[in-house]
Design a protein around this ligand. Structure first.
Ligand code: ME8
Length: 511
């Protein structure tokens, strides 16, 4: 088992638009990224986890106007909501970037000047169908019936202006070569193929400035124009390190794993690497593209109005229930449905009945039969120890394959094995027969040891519950490292304490 490393791990969420309140879709990416970040910290990696808000562009300017506010004041208020959501979600991000940060603006301008000087930016005029919710152009063939956006299903607008252009088309060959040399750089494979196809079919140069809006980063050599919001936004992953990660922040470059949903695949898998190639900056190692959280069969979004507010679920069931449900229910990479019934079923059936009860029974039996002290190992359950080692390797491999759901499933196999152990060995029967004292010791040891291992493995997903449970098992839940998941480590002789249920019964549930 490889658990120590001297690797850096730089992971990012998209920076979210401040046009509307956060919803479960945003919570999903932030939680998944947090799970990766925590897992890598457990491996001893030097982790930097970045999230933040995307605050410029027509979409934000319009939202501010509709709210009767200035874009700046509007962005301040909404950005604070995203920052607060991160705190509520227990996101362990190391920095929160705002694209209105002066340091970000200065660095984006510096890079643009560089690209301009190198001849990668030129003046031209452009007419095209623009979707403001996407902040992107579409060609006619991509539109849906009635000139509507294929992502938002809302009308697009014809936009024509003199702009600055980035020679995206000039990077076609280099991009294809990068895809071919790095087959795992976009996962899952279907998204890799989709992005490669977009490049193969040909790329048009990209309009990277706007003259008709003023809410943005000014083009340094042409202050009548502002930089296209996506160019400004994409560079956040780079600029944040220059002022948000300490003096040697750039040691984290390039990003190890960038998460996002498939709606912004083209921006990240085509435009982003081309901009980096032009700026002669090393490309990210991997983009992990996840699916949509659906409600009623549709992507949850402001435009469709089918938003789920995460707060009532956190209030009623606790944060870890939300983290667990999203990681387990929605197969990472695929679309998945959020439903209050499904949420309740996983909470009650798995968290409360399988994990919570297991801890409760184990601690109670150690209390009753062994005065609250975990007995010594008699070496009869090495098969269970081997099973835990194998599952730990499986979890590491699942994370390396960007498959959070498989990692949770692998940990849950251990939870179920331990429940089976209780039923098969029936400690309450062994306790009645003094000749079975060693057998009782063994089962109580194995339950405590197995629980400790699986809790350590589940820590990235349900950190608060795991910390409480470890305390109940007489452990110190600081610096929870993957090496702590090794079978039997530091558990014999520990004094256990009964705690209130980890996942208490919930009466009623949010809609
Ligand atoms: O696109 N299911 O911001 P955004 C899953 N500012 N994930 C979802 C989701 C859903 N229903 N809804 C939102 C932007 N997300 C740009 C990004 S990055 C340089 C600029 C998540 O507020 C998912 O990660 O529209 C998606 O890609 C992102 O929020 C879009 O957030």
């Amino acid at each position: 088992m490889q658990v120590m490393s001297d690797h850096r791990f730089y992971t990012t969420t998209p920076i979210y638009y401040v046009n509307a309140d956060p919803h479960v879709g945003h919570a999903y990416t932030t939680i998944m990224t947090d799970i990766f970040a925590r897992h890598h910290r457990q491996r001893g990696d030097d982790v930097f986890f970045l999230t933040g808000t995307d605050e410029h562009g027509a979409k934000i300017a319009r939202a501010a106007e509709a709210a009767g506010n200035t874009p700046h004041a509007h962005a301040d208020a909404l950005s604070a909501k995203f920052r607060d959501l991160g705190r509520v979600l227990d996101a362990s991000n190391d920095f929160f970037i705002r694209t209105t940060d002066p340091e970000h603006i200065a660095e984006v301008q510096r890079i643009l000047v560089l690209l301009h000087e190198r001849g990668d930016i030129y003046k031209g005029s452009y007419g095209g169908w623009y979707c403001t919710p996407c902040e992107g152009f579409f060609v006619e063939s991509e539109l849906e019936e009635g000139n509507t956006c294929p992502i938002h299903h809302t009308p697009v607008e014809w936009l024509e202006e003199d702009n600055w252009f980035f020679r995206l088309s000039a990077y076609r060959e280099q991009l294809l070569a990068h895809f071919d040399a790095h087959p795992g750089w976009v996962v899952p494979q279907a998204r890799f193929n989709e992005a490669r196809k977009m490049i193969e079919l040909g790329l048009e140069d990209l309009s990277i400035s706007r003259s008709q809006i003023s809410w943005g980063v000014p083009v340094p050599w042409d202050p009548d124009q502002v930089i296209y919001v996506w160019v400004d936004a994409l560079f956040n992953y780079w600029t944040a390190l220059s002022y948000g990660a300490g003096d040697d922040g750039k040691k984290y470059w390039p990003p190890t794993l960038q998460l996002m949903a498939k709606d912004i695949l083209k921006f990240h898998a085509v435009i982003w690497p081309a901009l980096l190639l032009a700026a002669e900056i090393e490309l990210p190692e991997r983009l992990a593209i996840h699916g949509y959280v659906l409600k009623g069969g549709e992507k949850m979004s402001k435009t469709t109005g089918n938003l789920v507010d995460p707060f009532p679920f956190i209030h009623d069931y606790g944060l870890d229930a939300l983290r667990y449900y999203l990681a387990r229910e929605i197969r990472f990479g695929d679309d998945g449905t959020f439903s209050a019934e499904g949420f309740d079923a996983r909470y009650t059936g798995e968290l409360a009945n399988e994990l919570g009860n297991l801890l409760n029974r184990t601690v109670n039996m150690i209390g009753r039969y062994r005065d609250g002290v975990v007995p010594a190992d008699h070496g009869q359950d090495t098969a269970l120890g081997a099973e835990i080692a194998a599952r730990t390797d499986e979890i590491i491999a699942a994370f390396d394959g960007a498959d959070i759901t498989r990692a949770v499933e692998a940990a849950w196999v251990i939870v179920r094995d331990l429940n089976r152990l209780v039923e098969q060995r029936a400690p309450w029967v062994l306790a009645k027969d003094p000749d079975q004292a060693d057998a009782l010791d063994q089962v109580l040891f194995s339950l405590a040891a197995g629980l400790k291992s699986v809790l350590v493995l589940l820590w990235p997903v349900i950190p608060t519950s795991v910390e409480r449970a470890l305390i109940s098992l007489g452990q110190q839940p600081t610096d929870i490292n993957l090496t702590d998941a090794v079978w039997g480590d530091g558990i014999a002789g520990a004094t256990v304490t009964v705690i209130p249920p980890l996942f208490p019964r919930v009466e009623g549930r949010p809609e």
